[in-house]
Design a protein around this ligand. Structure first.
Ligand SMILES: Nc1nc2c(c(=O)[nH]1)N[C@H]1C(S)=C(S)[C@@H](COP(=O)(O)OP(=O)(O)OC[C@H]3O[C@@H](n4cnc5c(=O)[nH]c(N)nc54)[C@H](O)[C@@H]3O)O[C@H]1N2
Ligand SMILES: Nc1nc2c(c(=O)[nH]1)N[C@H]1C(S)=C(S)[C@@H](COP(=O)(O)OP(=O)(O)OC[C@H]3O[C@@H](n4cnc5c(=O)[nH]c(N)nc54)[C@H](O)[C@@H]3O)O[C@H]1N2
Ligand code: SF4
Ligand SMILES: [Mo]
Length: 874
């Protein structure tokens, strides 16, 4: 065993500490770091599977120019020359960077420095615009800066936790587990989930408020009114530290809580919990931010906390949970088009002078740059002529993604920096630069509660891949800015960033880590998780706003008058409201998580959650396919009929791409409508039409090698011994055996088949030298075979694969619930029944399910409940 390295998980903003140990055989074991203050040893399913995602398979190993391998010198020369020429001919605003909350702070810092200080444009925006922008705008309007006041300990100290617009159980599983553990210890602690959908997070909720989408303002305005009426306003705090109370209260009185569609009883219960629990934390995320009035939603929440003085004290406060591992770091370096660096403002002349003076840079833009949606519009309009995309996949993740793909392909010059050369965005680039990934790179990230942690490298870079900061500095040097970009280590960059934060603090800003400005290289290597502020004099308290002292000119926080906007009723042409979000085991566009077969077993293809009554009215049956469409495009998804969603609402996950399920790219139908203050798109409320997609045949295939299906619908996922595919198509081939030979590219395989010519039905197995290399199952109805069984036969001498399920006497585990121990739903249900298991812990004791990362515990609880219900119904 080699040495264990302390690093940080590259996925969500929880920012868990990870102990990574490369083993002699090239594998990697990972464990939660018991010392890290974010997770104290825990990891979720994605973090636990990190070891299975770090192989070099599929990695981009050299730069590409026009899809051909090229040297770094020629690629960097070309990028520098194109950016230089474009700026010379069309001015600085004709170039842009589109970056990511998954860049490390050091990468992010140099990207921002290059484009703002040296190229002279503020056209740098980030996928955080799709993620945290409404929170940033909301914080700034209220606090004067983008400060997250809460901390993770507050979750354990609170008596009431309100989770609004957050599916914490799947998206921040370790924070969810911290809350679940605290609640188990102190059952009097209450949890309320505010979400139109019944999610896994509702498992620990004392109250689930399934409000009408887009009515959060009405709900929180009601809390404000009731706080006033019932005398829980903290008049002394408001008197000393808050401005705008009366106007905010007036506006709140103008909206009616009835807009939420919640029952009077539920509202009353919620209000009572709020009034009687001073120690309240409100956690919020994308159900709040991703809205055409997301900033107002944030402010409606902050108003309630300010009015009651529930901020800056132990166990209370608003807590925006960030999505990406370095969403916060990106905000700190000024990676958004309307920010400078260290939380300074681009439109403030003093701030500009301070930054330009610090950088000694030749230029600095005076106006804000294009925000993400406008940036790609400007690219489509030909205003942006050279674009560099780093560490994000906008061809999939931007709203109106089809138009974004058209804009990128039409742009004169596009550079993409990624670990993989085949992402939907990289496919459209003129130059692709191979980036080092997690495990190979070194730097810092800041998590949701302002804790800065080190990511540490322990693997050599894949092929010729380089760190993003190196690529950026390489271009900067070639553009003539060698002196300002002669960094040789991330530690040098971090020190400069820390020193600049001291300059910002002198301008009255919150983000101050100047205590690190003189950190030695050894100190940087050994850096322990540290929550900012960390000023040079080191006297600042860790808790923000404990004594008010906000960052506005008057040092008071602003309560704002917020009105609930009128609900936009869906139209006849597009009667459904499309909600989009995440699933437990995949990360965004799946470039990394889809590599671990066990993370693909939870959901193997894109799906559409739809209410049973809507499904019935549309003639959709379980496992049918549905076409979701509107003026922007369409998507084809597997139907999942469930009353987790309300009538009229549907939900689809965001993860599938051209490489995993081309028709499942849901952002093709997501509206590019944005919030007026933050520019954040409304990704949770597109209006769509839904129709059955009725193919001539449905198929399911397992294969040892990757296939290139060309059917109207297909979705691919990894299984241990190869790949599995869901298929569907409008035309039936003349001969299924020839079709199978072509699909598997196996002209000389031995074929055995069961064909039924009276209807569309075929089962075909392909063996080579007696070993099963693939199998295809076709039917005129969604194929019903045991996916797990078929996949498990690959590479064996199986003769029974065509049965489609284990023969009598052999158990079929069914779809995986526990990814860590690969425990399937049938195994769990049968153990509940035969062993009379009564609790999630009992399931754990019997089957190990849920005993490692615990991410599946809400689903285990749901299975227990359904089993108990069916017993009760007998
Ligand atoms: N497994 C996994 N975890 C992740 C990620 C991932 O890709 N996979 N991504 C990370 C990132 S970058 C982010 S930003 C976070 C996102 O984390 P979350 O915000 O928790 O996740 P989402 O699924 O986008 O949306 C949260 C919930 O908002 C609800 N919602 C929709 N409309 C409304 C509304 O009008 N009001 C309210 N109150 N709720 C509404 C949705 O039903 C959904 O359940 O997750 C992070 N963690
Ligand atoms: N409809 C809808 N759309 C959404 C959302 C939604 O809820 N609904 N959520 C939005 C949100 S909150 C987010 S955060 C975005 C996320 O969307 P994206 O940022 O587009 O998704 P990722 O798959 O995380 O893209 C990261 C890319 O960076 C690459 N990569 C990984 N590590 C490195 C590295 O170190 N360097 C470089 N150069 N590349 C690297 C990965 O291979 C991958 O291609 O999606 C947004 N889009
Ligand atoms: S909760 Fe999971 S994905 Fe998020 S940082 Fe921790 S281990 Fe990583
Ligand atoms: Mo995000």
């Amino acid at each position: 065993m080699s040495q264990t390295v302390c690093t940080t998980c590259p996925y969500c903003g929880t920012g868990c500490g990870v102990l990574a140990t490369p083993t002699e055989d090239g594998a990697l074991t990972v464990k939660g770091d018991p010392e890290h203050p974010a997770n104290f040893g825990r990891l979720c399913s994605k973090g636990s599977a990190l070891g299975e995602t770090v192989s070099n398979e599929g990695r981009l190993l050299t730069p590409l120019i026009d899809k051909e391998a090229a040297s770094w010198d020629s690629a960097l020369d070309l990028v520098a020359e194109k950016f230089r020429k474009t700026i010379a001919e069309h001015g600085p605003d004709s170039v842009a960077f589109y970056v990511s909350g998954q860049l490390l702070t050091e990468d992010y810092y140099v990207a921002n420095k290059l484009i703002k200080g040296y190229m002279g444009t503020a056209n740098i925006d980030t996928n955080s615009r799709l993620c945290m922008a409404s929170t940033v705008a909301g914080h700034k309007r209220v606090f004067g800066t983008d400060t997250v006041p809460g901390t993770y300990e507050d979750l354990e100290l609170a008596d009431l936790i309100i989770l609004t617009g957050s599916n914490l159980a799947w998206c921040h599983p370790v924070l969810y587990q911290r809350i679940a553990a605290a609640k188990a210890e102190r059952p009097e602690m209450k949890v309320v989930v505010v979400d139109p959908r019944r999610t896994a997070t509702c498992d620990i909720a004392d109250l689930h408020l399934a409000l009408r989408p887009g009515t959060d303002v009405a709900l929180f305005n009601h809390l404000l009114q009731k706080s006033h009426e019932q005398g829980v306003v903290d008049t002394s705090f408001v008197g000393q530290h808050v401005a705008g109370f009366d106007k905010a209260l007036d506006a709140a009185s103008g909206s009616s809580v009835e807009a939420t569609g919640l029952s009077a009883h539920d509202i009353e219960t919620f209000v009572k919990l709020w009034l009687t629990n001073e120690k309240t934390v409100t956690v919020f995320s994308q159900g709040v931010n991703q809205s055409d009035h997301g900033t107002d939603k944030v402010n409606a929440i902050l108003n309630c906390h300010l009015a009651t003085g529930r901020i800056g004290k132990a166990g209370m406060g608003p807590l925006s949970v960030t999505g990406q591992p370095n969403a916060m770091g990106g905000r700190e370096v000024g990676g958004l088009a309307n920010m400078l660096a260290a939380h300074l403002d681009i439109e403030n002349a003093d701030h500009r002078a301070a930054v330009q003076n610090f950088w000694q840079s030749p230029t600095l833009p005076e106006k804000v740059g294009f925000k993400a949606v406008d940036l790609f519009r400007a690219t489509g309009d030909g205003k942006v002529k050279a674009l560099w995309v780093m560490c994000t996949n906008p061809a999939v993740s931007m709203p109106d993604a089809k138009a974004v793909r058209a804009a990128i392909s039409g742009c004169d010059f596009v550079v993409v920096s990624d670990m993989f050369g085949d992402t939907d965005t990289a496919e459209l680039a003129d130059v692709v630069l191979p980036a080092t990934g997690w495990g190979e790179k070194d730097g810092t990230v800041t998590n949701s509660d302002r804790t800065i942690s080190r990511q540490r490298g322990f693997l050599p870079p894949a092929g010729e891949s380089r760190h993003d900061w190196q690529a950026i500095c390489g271009v900067a040097q070639r553009m003539g800015f060698a002196e300002a970009f002669n960094f040789e280590t991330p530690a040098q960059i971090f020190r400069e960033h820390a020193a600049l934060s001291g300059v910002a603090a002198a301008q009255g800003k919150d983000f101050d880590i100047s205590g690190f400005a003189d950190l030695s290289d050894a100190g940087y290597d050994a850096l322990q998780p540290t929550r900012w502020p960390y000023p040079a004099n080191k006297t600042s308290s860790e808790r923000m706003f404990e004594h008010g002292d906000f960052f506005t000119p008057t040092r008071r926080a602003n309560m704002l008058p917020i009105a609930q906007p009128a609900l936009q009723e869906p139209s006849k042409d597009a009667p459904f409201r499309l909600n989009t979000g995440r699933i437990r085991d995949q990360w965004h566009t799946m470039t990394r998580t889809a590599r671990a077969s066990r993370l693909n077993q939870h959901y193997g293809e894109p799906f559409l959650e739809i209410h049973p009554e809507d499904a019935l009215a549309l003639g959709l049956r379980a496992a049918d396919l549905a076409k979701v469409s509107n003026e922007h495009g369409h998507s084809i998804l597997r139907v999942l009929i469930t009353d987790r969603v309300a009538k009229g609402d549907v939900f689809a996950p965001i993860h599938w791409t051209a490489t995993t399920a081309p028709s499942g790219r849901i952002s093709d139908v997501v509206t590019p409508k944005t919030d007026p203050f933050s520019g954040q798109p409304d990704s949770k409320a597109a209006k769509v039409a839904i129709h059955p997609f009725a193919p001539k045949w449905y198929g399911f295939a397992v294969s040892q090698r990757e296939l290139q299906p060309n059917s109207d619908y297909w979705a691919k996922s990894r299984v241990e011994a190869g790949w599995q595919y869901e298929l569907a198509h409008q035309d039936t081939p003349e001969c299924w055996e020839s079709y199978a030979r072509a699909l598997f590219e196996a002209p000389d395989a031995e074929i055995s088949s069961v064909l039924d010519t009276s209807r569309v039905s075929a089962r075909i197995a392909l063996h080579k030298d007696g070993v099963l290399i693939g199998a295809l199952f076709v039917s005129d109805r969604p194929v019903s075979v045991s996916r797990g069984f078929a996949g498990s036969q690959l590479g064996t001498t199986s003769e029974t694969v065509l049965l489609g399920r284990p023969s009598a006497g052999q158990p079929d585990p069914g779809p995986t619930v526990c990814a860590c121990f690969s425990v399937g739903v049938n195994t769990i249900l049968s153990a509940i029944e035969t062993q009379n298991l009564m609790s999630v812990d009992a399931i754990g004791a019997a089957l190990s399910a849920g005993t490692n990362c615990g991410s599946c515990k809400p689903e285990l609880a749901a299975l227990l409940q359904s089993a108990q219900r069916s017993v009760a119904a007998e």
